[in-house]
Design a protein around this ligand. Structure first.
Ligand code: ATP
Ligand code: MG
Length: 393
């Protein structure tokens, strides 16, 4: 029996946004992600994406898992392909869903007929197939509201497809259809979640990570690259810029008032990220900040940080509690890596009493005292090492 993966679109079809572009991005993404899994034919018909295995080596289990993480796909299912013939449909449904139906107590049939030349309408198909299933599995009952198994038949242009119900996909919009942004990726819990959330809204991402050796270790950097790798099933391949930040940071420590150190550092990180954004053609910066989580995330501190450069700063975690952020981190699989205890440049040299309500004027004055700041920032941006992190490596 031939099995195929069907993926259905969500929001992009509903909103009537630029549908053609969205669909072609989605097809390209699917092709790219499935490349390593054997030969698949990926195509679109009637707003549904098909991934059809073309030889025995094609890994359908893995393909299904990969496709379930591609943004822009609202629901998906594995389905058996059969002839557009009622007897073939009956046989296929009983055989393909045997295990599921044997274990279930209740079921329901739903039929969709987009090929109107098929001689029966969807009501008739459902009734016929329901009867067949009741005869083959006499222990089953029909439950139209909460069935254990939803037996589904779709009569489409090329064939009929039989499956046991759709599963939720990753949702959102296809990556890159909303443009590009720089994700400031630390080793913490929040920033990978922020990256995931913005990729879900259709942004393609590159990452900036600030490292201050010898205060931060090689292992801290490896941890961040692992986090980036864990994001790639959602974001696609990532460029991660590792910024040598020690000189900027020690200069700020030595020359600026210590209670303003954290905000000054955050401003300088954003300016460097802005320079990297130019290289990557990115039009926004994404961070994992959450209001009032730490001293640098008070309203006043965020205001001062925003004023450091021109790009919009997107903070998808801003209104979330740590528990909510953690829940997403677990779901997407970054949590276990994030809690490994390595130092981050943001937590070295932190003053004992950071100002929680800094005024922009005093910040600008303090910055002027650090004469070489702009120069050191430019050098840091220029010397950033670009590490390419690919899906599935
Ligand atoms: P996270 O859990 O993501 O580390 P956090 O709650 O620890 O966040 P901060 O350390 O204040 O908060 O950092 C706030 C945000 O600044 C992070 O979410 C991240 O986007 C960015 N950031 C912090 N440290 C770094 C770093 N070393 N490199 C790049 N970005 C960083
Ligand atoms: Mg952090």
């Amino acid at each position: 029996m031939k099995e195929i993966i069907l993926a259905y679109q969500g929001e992009m079809a509903l909103k009537g946004l630029n549908r053609g572009t969205f669909e072609s991005v989605l097809l390209k993404t699917m092709r790219r992600r499935l490349k390593a899994l054997g030969e698949f034919k990926v195509y679109k018909a009637q707003s549904t994406m098909y991934a059809e295995p073309m030889d025995d080596g094609a890994d359908v289990d893995k393909a299904f898992d990969y496709i379930s993480k591609i943004f822009g796909i609202a629901t998906l299912t594995r389905a058996a392909v059969c002839e557009k013939d009622m007897d073939a449909i009956r046989r296929t449904a009983v055989e393909y869903l045997r295990e599921q139906l044997a274990q279930a107590k209740t079921f329901k049939v739903s039929a969709r007929r987009s090929d109107k030349s098929f001689p029966m309408d969807s009501m008739q198909i459902s009734r016929e197939l329901g009867g067949t299933i009741l005869r083959a599995f006499p222990h089953l009952k029909v439950d139209v509201h909460h069935p254990d198994v939803q037996v589904s038949v779709e009569i489409r242009d090329y064939a009929a497809y039989v499956h046991g119900g759709k599963q939720q996909g990753a949702g959102g919009l296809p990556v890159s259809t909303s443009g590009a942004a720089m994700l400031m990726l630390s080793g913490g819990i929040d920033s990978p979640v922020a990256g995931y959330l913005m990729a879900k809204r259709g942004l393609s991402l590159s990452c900036a990570h600030f490292a201050s050796p010898p205060y931060t270790s090689e292992r801290a950097k490896m941890k961040v690259l692992t986090l980036a790798r864990e994001l790639t099933p959602y974001t696609g391949n990532l460029n991660v810029y590792v910024v040598p930040y020690t000189d900027v940071q020690t200069e700020l420590r030595d020359r600026a008032p210590s209670d303003l150190f954290t905000v000054l550092m955050r401003r300088s990180m954003l300016r460097i990220t802005e320079q990297l954004a130019q290289k990557e053609g990115a039009k926004a910066i994404v961070t994992g900040e959450s209001l009032a989580q730490v001293a640098s995330q008070t309203l006043m501190a965020l205001g001062c940080t925003d004023a450091a450069q021109m790009l919009p700063v997107l903070r998808p975690c801003i209104g979330m509690d740590k528990t909510e952020i953690t829940e997403i981190a677990r779901k997407i699989g970054t949590f276990e890596t994030s809690i490994q205890p390595y130092e981050d440049c943001c937590t070295i040299f932190t003053p004992p009493h950071p100002k929680t309500k800094p005024e922009l004027e005093e910040i600008l004055r303090a910055e002027q005292q650090v004469e070489r700041l702009a120069e050191l920032e430019r050098i840091a941006a220029e010397n950033a090492e670009c590490v390419r992190v690919n899906v599935g490596e």
